[in-house]
Design a protein around this ligand. Structure first.
Ligand code: GNR
Ligand code: NI
Length: 179
């Protein structure tokens, strides 16, 4: 968990689909050092600026297993959190939520996920922590951990819905290259 100053943070570039970095698997962090702490701080800053409720390292081009998120995604009070090497250790129930992603521009769709999860990982001091989540936070954690494995929310859709998105994106990319 991080509550330290976000002042010295840098805004990072967010990579978007179909960039190959989003399809790669991030590798575990072996030591939580100052470089990792700085990256986490930059990721939180980038997330709040976007704005988003979560962000995974792949999205800023870093293949390390780090996610950041806000613990109260529906409220205004900021509750920035960091989890290093996060793993889902228990999951139950089912919930469908309309998801969006900072790396999948101009698209949202209903995704079915586990309703409640227990996640473990390391904090910025390298200590193991456990987190029980439900609601939007549980969905966000599953979405972020998917990113670390190269999975995007569109992968959970039917082939037809995914094809519709690709078609829309192609049109948009073609248009922007003409502008
Ligand atoms: O900001 C985000 N909102 C969101 C809404 C519903 C389900 C998941 C998310 S995560 C997303 C930010 C993002 O892309 N994180 O990877
Ligand atoms: Ni995302």
């Amino acid at each position: 968990m991080l509550r330290s100053d976000l002042k010295k943070a840098n805004k990072l570039k967010i990579y978007t689909y179909p960039d190959p970095v989003l399809r790669q698997k991030a590798r575990p962090v072996e030591e939580v050092d100052d470089e990792i702490r700085q990256l986490a701080r930059d990721m939180l800053y980038t997330m709040y600026e976007a704005p988003g409720i979560g962000l995974a390292a792949n999205q800023v081009g870093e293949l390390r297993r780090i996610i950041v998120f806000d613990r109260n995604p529906r409220e205004n009070g900021k509750a920035p959190c960091v989890l290093i090497n996060p793993e889902i250790i228990e999951a139950e129930g089912q919930v469908t939520t309309e998801e969006a992603c900072l790396s999948v521009v101009d698209f949202c769709a209903d995704v079915k996920r586990k309703a409640r999860v227990r996640v473990k990982g390391l904090d910025l001091d390298g200590n193991e922590i456990h987190l029980d989540a439900e609601g939007l936070l549980a969905v966000c954690l599953q979405h972020e951990i998917d990113h670390l494995d190269g999975i995007l929310f569109i992968d959970h859709l039917s082939a037809l819905k995914r094809a519709l998105y690709k078609k829309k994106l192609k049109k948009k990319l073609k248009k922007s290259s003409l502008d």
